[in-house]
Write a protein that binds this ligand. Sequence first.
Ligand SMILES: Nc1ncnc2c1ncn2[C@@H]1O[C@H](COP(=O)(O)OP(=O)(O)OP(=O)(O)O)[C@@H](O)[C@H]1O
Ligand SMILES: [Mg+2]
Length: 337
Amino acid sequence: MAGDLLVVEDLRVYFPLYRSLLERLLGRPYKIVRAVDGVSFTLGRREVLAVVGESGSGKTTLGKAILGLVKPVSGRILFDGVDLARAKGGEARRVRRRISAVFQDPYKSLDPLMPVGEQVAEPLLIHRMAGRSEARRMAMEMLEKVGLTPASEFYWRRPHQLSGGQRQRVAIARALITQPDLIVADEPVSMIDVSLRASILELLESARRELGVSVILITHDIATARVIADTVAVMYLGRIVEYGPIDAVVEDPRHPYTAALVTSTPSISRRRPPRFPVKGEIGDPANPPPGCRFHPRCPLALEECRRVEPPSASDSGRTYWCLNPLGPGGLWRGVEA
Ligand SMILES: Nc1ncnc2c1ncn2[C@@H]1O[C@H](COP(=O)(O)OP(=O)(O)OP(=O)(O)O)[C@@H](O)[C@H]1O
Ligand SMILES: [Mg+2]
């Protein structure tokens, strides 16, 4: 759609696995992990999209593809109209610096020896957006903005002299300093003390509000997602199974997998829906089940779910891929296990 910041079309990211050098040389992997397997969505400006799903559903791989850290085997990623796979030279660099990343573990993403202020300033130098003294001044300002005050003191500290929450503030400052249009934040609060999570999410929210940034918030926790997201994409084994406004999707899901996620998150709602039972664990993305990928675990699965890939369906603003969805209010009625 015109005006969207990001358009992802039928994206696939596969990882070939080899047991031996010979297999690698012959290009004959013993299996292919389909980490992202046909994902499409759009992201508007100033929109916060949460990508949720349990471990192994492909969330990080999707984020990495958007950040240019892994190469898709097919599909397209259009950023402000530019096809990321086709952009070259100056155009590629210009587009790339408009997308920033925040990762789960700020200890790993920061240099242990370098003063944190210098690390915030660094992207400005790398992208030649400012000279050294200007970059330092901007980094001081950014440290203030993310609540590390007095900035003149924090600037010279090393990462180990900060708390986990403060380190993540540094990582966010570093992500924001280049004035990106999009931040991909992969589990930004899952290593942060529970008591500090809300303040870190608030920082991302204020980046959206004050700087107009769009955010892709990757999290396994739908309650975290709900704090700041407008929209949610629920992923299962490399696919989106439900997508739409987060309140609608969480309060009144259509896909049984969404229902399972919601009811296994106790803090999600003051009214507690009955637990929605699912069996077993997430399947193998190298060998996804035929038909609907969720059918082996689904309490509502029909015979045809084993064979037929569910087409998309839409109602009340959300889209889902399921042959036997919950009806409106279905979450509250529970399921006969
Ligand atoms: N570089 C890689 N090589 C091979 N397989 C990979 C690679 N990266 C990811 N995978 C596999 O792809 C699938 C999706 O992984 P991914 O990390 O994207 O999931 P996730 O949803 O982020 O999970 P988590 O919640 O644990 O972070 C998993 O089965 C994973 O083992
Ligand atoms: Mg991950």
